[in-house]
Design a protein around this ligand. Structure first.
Ligand code: GDP
Ligand code: MN
Length: 397
C-alpha cells in the first residue's frame, strides 16, 4: 500500500528519523494556519508547499513551490489544491490534488549550496536481503543516475540475523563524503531509518532528497513509503492511512471481491487463473500483435459468479475490444469453468459486447470445449495457447 509523503514522514519521525517538519492542509486557509504554526515552532518564515498525491516527480510538474510569506502560502496552496498535477510518473490527465503539505523551508536562503543525497531501503531480490541503496546524486531521478553514472550508486546489504551494523552505517556516511558532525548525524539517520523500515513492515522507503544543511543536520526532505499489505493487520494505525482516492477505482473494486486485477493500457482483456499463467498470457497477446488491457488472476475458484464478476471488471474499461480467457484446469475442472462462462454470458446479456476467446486446458478440457461450442454464444474456443492468441489476432483485425 502506498501512502502520502506527510504520512511517510509521520512514520519516519516516530522512529527518530529527522524529517523536514510540516502540517497537512486541505484548503488555502488551513495552509495559512499551518504556516503560522510552523513559524512558531521553527522560527522560519519561508515555507514550501507540496502537493500530496501518490506520484513522484511533483517538483517537475509544479507541485512543489516555495512561499516567502503568508500571502504566497495562501496563493500557492490555493493554486495547487484542486489542480490536476501531471508529473513524469502520472498519466497525461494527471492526479487531482486534494491536500498539500506545508513544510518548513530547510534550504537556508542565501547559504552555500545544500547537499542532497539519495537513499532507499528495499529488498535486494538477487541476495534475498534488505539493502540500503544510496547515492551522492540526490534530488534527481535515480533511474537517470543509474543510467549515466552507475558508479555513483552504492548498496549495503543487511544480514537479517544481525540487522544493520554500526560499521555499515559508518561506511555509508563515509561513501557520501561526510566528516565531523555531519558524519555522526548521518550514522544516526541511517540507523533510525533502517529500524523504521523493519518495524513498520515496509517494502520500500525512498528518501530523495536526504538533505545536509549547512549546519550539518541530516534530514528527510521527501518520503516515499510503501507498506507491505500482508503485514497491515498488525499496524491498524497504518492501515487507516489508505487514501482510496489515489487508487484505480476498478482495482479497488476487484480487491473487494477478492480478485487480483491490475489495469493496463491495451485492448485485450485477460481472465486467467494463476499469476504465472497471467504473465505468460500477456506475453502471448503481445507476440500476437495485441496489447493486454489488464492483468487479472481469478484464482482457484472460477465458478459462474466469479467469472461474471471478472467479466464486469474487464468490461469497465472501454478500451477492451476482445477478451481472452485462459484457464488451466488443475484443481478446478474445465467443464465447470466453461459452464461458468456460459452462465455468466447468459446472465449478462448485452453487457458483453466484445468477442470472447476461451482457452481451457487440463482436466475435462474436451468436455469444456464441447460445452462452449454447443452453447450457441459468440464465444470462440481453443485448446492450444497459440491457437487462442491467433484467434485474438483474427477477431481484432
Ligand atoms: P518530488 O519532486 O515529488 O520528488 O518532491 P520532493 O519532495 O523531492 O521535492 C522536490 C524538490 O523541491 C526537492 O528536490 C528540493 O530541491 C525542493 N525542495 C523541497 N523542500 C524544499 C525546501 O524546504 N526549500 C526549498 N528551497 N526547496 C525544497
Ligand atoms: Mn523527491
Amino acid at each position: 500500500m502506498n501512502i502520502h509523503e506527510y504520512q511517510g514522514k509521520e512514520i519516519l519521525s516516530s522512529f527518530g528519523v529527522r524529517t523536514q517538519r510540516g502540517i497537512v492542509a486541505r484548503n488555502a486557509k488551513e495552509a495559512v494556519d499551518a504556516a503560522k504554526e510552523l513559524t512558531e515552532q521553527t522560527g522560519t518564515g519561508w515555507h514550501v508547499i507540496k502537493a500530496q498525491v501518490h506520484a513522484g516527480g511533483r517538483g517537475k510538474g509544479g507541485g512543489v513551490k516555495l512561499a516567502k510569506n503568508l500571502k504566497e502560502v495562501e496563493d500557492i496552496a490555493g493554486d495547487i489544491i484542486g489542480m490536476n498535477l501531471v508529473t513524469p510518473q502520472t498519466s497525461a490527465e494527471g492526479k487531482k490534488v486534494h491536500q498539500v503539505l506545508v513544510a518548513e523551508d530547510v534550504y537556508y536562503p542565501g547559504d552555500s549550496e545544500p547537499e542532497e543525497y539519495y537513499m532507499s531501503v528495499l529488498l535486494n531480490r538477487s541476495t534475498g536481503r534488505n539493502m540500503i541503496m544510496y547515492s551522492t546524486e540526490g534530488g534527481m531521478d535515480i533511474e537517470t543516475v543509474a543510467e549515466e553514472t552507475p558508479h555513483l550508486i552504492f548498496t549495503e546489504d543487511i544480514d537479517p540475523a544481525t540487522g544493520l551494523l554500526g560499521f555499515q552505517a559508518r561506511r555509508i556516511a563515509f561513501n557520501l563524503g561526510l566528516s565531523g558532525q555531519a558524519f555522526k548525524e548521518m550514522v544516526k539517520f541511517v540507523m533510525a531509518l533502517y529500524k523504521a523500515f523493519e518495524k513498520s513492515d515496509s517494502s520500500l522507503f525512498e528518501i530523495n532528497p536526504v538533505l545536509k544543511t549547512s549546519d550539518d543536520k541530516i534530514l528527510a526532505v521527501d518520503a516515499k513509503v510503501t507498506l507491505d499489505d500482508n503485514a497491515l493487520f498488525r499496524h491498524k494505525d497504518y492501515a487507516e492511512m489508505r487514501d482510496i482516492r489515489e487508487e484505480n477505482p476498478t482495482e479497488v473494486e476487484a480487491k473487494e471481491v477478492g480478485l487480483n486485477y491490475v489495469d493496463l493500457d491495451g485492448n485485450v482483456g485477460c481472465m486467467v487463473n494463476g499469476a504465472g499463467l497471467a504473465m505468460a498470457t500477456m506475453d502471448l497477446i503481445k507476440m500476437a500483435g495485441g496489447e493486454p488491457a489488464n492483468f487479472l488472476d481469478v484464482g482457484g475458484t472460477a465458478d459462474a459468479k466469479r467469472v461474471e464478476e471478472a467479466f464486469r471488471l474487464i468490461l469497465k474499461d472501454d478500451k477492451v475490444e476482445a477478451i481472452l480467457v485462459n484457464i488451466f484446469g488443475g484443481i478446478v475442472r474445465c467443464d465447470r469453468v466453461a459452464q461458468g462462462i456460459v452462465d455468466a454470458y447468459k446472465n449478462m446479456g448485452d453487457a458483453i459486447n466484445v468477442p470472447i476467446i476461451v482457452r481451457l486446458q487440463g482436466t475435462n478440457a474436451e468436455k469444456a470445449k464441447e460445452l462452449i461450442d454447443n452453447s450457441g454464444l459468440k464465444v470462440y474456443s481453443a485448446v492450444e495457447f497459440k491457437e487462442a492468441a491467433d484467434k485474438v489476432q483474427e477477431v481484432l483485425s
